[in-house]
Design a protein around this ligand. Structure first.
Ligand code: VGL
Ligand code: ZN
Length: 204
């Protein structure tokens, strides 16, 4: 049994003062550092958008963040501009111990499609190489934590299950957007139903 940890999008723009703020998002950082110390293999996903990314409301005249549009055949939530490549908002949070990260997996680089999961874009058209990397390391168990519970964490965990990994969510090391009340709870239920085991950081 070889296990790996996936740190999902622990980036400045998802912190409480960032462009796409996740309430209490900074609380995940010290927990992530503590959990990462227990793993030999740590992957970190990095939301890494071009400045004109199609998920940005600014790219769609007359539309605002939070609205739903159709983007190249997929329903897309429109977001504030966030995690633009090479900007401070896209950097990992300063308190995150990057020395514990084995490999970084950028995602969301294609302007035409969003990518919540660390494995595939939202249309499963392209993959980031994460599954192959994990398989190459002999990984069978994957632990997931970070932000946002109801978007990138959820889709990363669901795809981990889909790729055949035994998947664990480190629940106290996640925070969500909760655009609508109940979104986080619904995401947790959906992950459980898909076969994700919810654990606490102390038990990892
Ligand atoms: C995320 C919305 C847009 C996330 C990324 O990290 O959960 N959410 N881009
Ligand atoms: Zn994004």
């Amino acid at each position: 049994m070889t296990r790996a940890l996936i740190l999902v999008d622990i980036q400045n723009d998802f912190m409480p003062t960032g462009a796409l703020p996740v309430a209490d998002g900074d609380a995940v950082v010290p927990v992530a550092n503590t959990v990462a110390a227990k793993f030999d293999l740590v992957a970190a996903t990095q939301d890494w958008h071009p400045a004109n990314h199609g998920s940005f409301a600014t790219q769609h005249e007359g539309h605002s963040p939070g609205e739903l549009i159709e983007l190249h055949g997929l329903t897309q939530v429109l977001w504030p501009d966030h995690c633009v490549q090479h900007t401070p908002g896209a950097e990992f949070v300063e308190g995150l111990d990057e020395s514990q990260i084995t490999k970084v997996f950028p995602k969301g680089t294609d302007v035409t499609i969003d990518s919540y999961s660390g494995f595939f874009d939202n249309g499963k058209r392209q993959d980031t190489g994460l599954a192959k990397w994990l398989e190459g390391q002999g990984v069978t168990q994957v632990y997931v934590l970070g932000v946002a519970t109801d978007y990138c964490v959820k889709f990363t965990a669901l795809d981990a299950v889909g790729c055949g990994f035994e998947t664990f969510l480190v629940e106290d090391a996640c925070r969500g957007v909760e655009m609508n009340p109940g979104d986080i709870a619904a995401a947790l239920t959906e992950m459980s139903a898909a076969g994700v085991t919810r654990v606490q950081s102390a038990d990892v």
